[in-house]
Design a protein around this ligand. Structure first.
Ligand code: CDP
Length: 263
């Protein structure tokens, strides 16, 4: 398996899907009875799932910076796959074309502004229902969680935060913290339309809402790894919250989990 990022052990990071912030930190090591550093502990993993435009991405980036976690936006992997298929004039519902594209996912594609388009979002939701595509991208995501890349400032990450649809249920069922971030369809469509307009696209609220509802239905209804809250996930409904309030709620949950874990 070829990874589109480099684990921290190799000392290099890939910027496009990986974000982190803050200052240099030490490796987190458990202390033995004498207070000396022992072996390195498992990375602390935060899984964030939820429907389109619920605020997962912004939240995950900010949590990554506060808690020194490497960040993976798993949606980028599916969007990058979709962009490659569409670029070849292929059909996102064709398993051969979609799997071939998933194998080529690389940082060169992560930075493409077209990833944000609604056409790519729609195509990614179609190909993400194909079990062979999910299998192809699963190993990469698990590897990111097990071996998070170094942070943008060169520091060692304490762990990883991954956002997507099936992170708490399938990709990282043992994550230390699982959040399910959601909001009303109207609030989400408004946010997405604003985002698209800020990116220079001509977005009509009704069209965005319609596209989003179709995508949510497809993501929730697929047989393999549907969009769902893990039974042990904490739900944060951001309908009436601004980004800061959602961030504070999530930060409290993570700080408590870190303390409970003795970190
Ligand atoms: O940003 P937004 O929430 O609109 O979407 P995204 O996270 O970029 O994901 C795009 C599409 O990829 C979703 O609609 C899903 O179909 C698919 N996806 C998935 O199936 N599993 C994931 N873990 C992440 C994304």
């Amino acid at each position: 398996m070829r990874l589109p990022w480099t684990p921290a052990s190799a000392g290099v990071t890939t910027e496009a899907v990986v974000s982190a912030g803050g200052k240099r930190d030490r490796l987190h090591r458990p202390r033995d009875a004498g207070g000396t550093p022992a072996v390195r502990v498992r990375p602390f993993v935060v899984a964030i799932d939820g429907p389109a435009a619920a605020g997962k991405g912004t939240l995950a980036r900010r949590l990554a910076a506060r808690f020194r976690l490497a960040h993976l936006d798993s949606g980028r992997l599916y969007r990058a796959t979709a962009l490659l298929v569409l670029g070849e004039g292929g059909d996102p519902a064709d398993p051969d074309a979609a799997v071939a594209a998933a194998r080529q996912v690389s940082p060169a594609v992560f930075g493409d502004p077209l990833l944000a388009s609604e056409a790519v979002a729609r195509a990614s939701s179609i190909l993400s229902a194909l079990p062979a595509v999910r299998a192809e991208l699963l190993a990469m995501q698990r590897d990111f969680a097990a071996h998070p890349p170094v942070l943008a400032d060169g520091g060692m990450p304490r762990g990883a935060v991954i956002d997507g649809r099936d992170i708490g249920t399938v990709v990282c069922p043992d994550a230390a913290v699982k959040l399910f971030v959601t909001a009303s369809p109207a609030a989400r469509a408004e946010r997405r339309a604003k985002e698209l307009r800020e990116g220079g696209a001509a977005a009509i609220y009704e069209d965005v809402l319609q596209d989003m509802k179709e995508r949510d239905a497809r993501d929730s209804g697929r047989r393999v790894a549907p969009l769902a809250a893990a039974p042990d996930a904490v739900t944060i409904d951001t309908t009436g919250l601004d980004a800061d309030q959602a961030f504070e709620q999530a930060s409290d949950i993570i700080a408590r989990a870190l303390a409970a874990d003795g970190r």
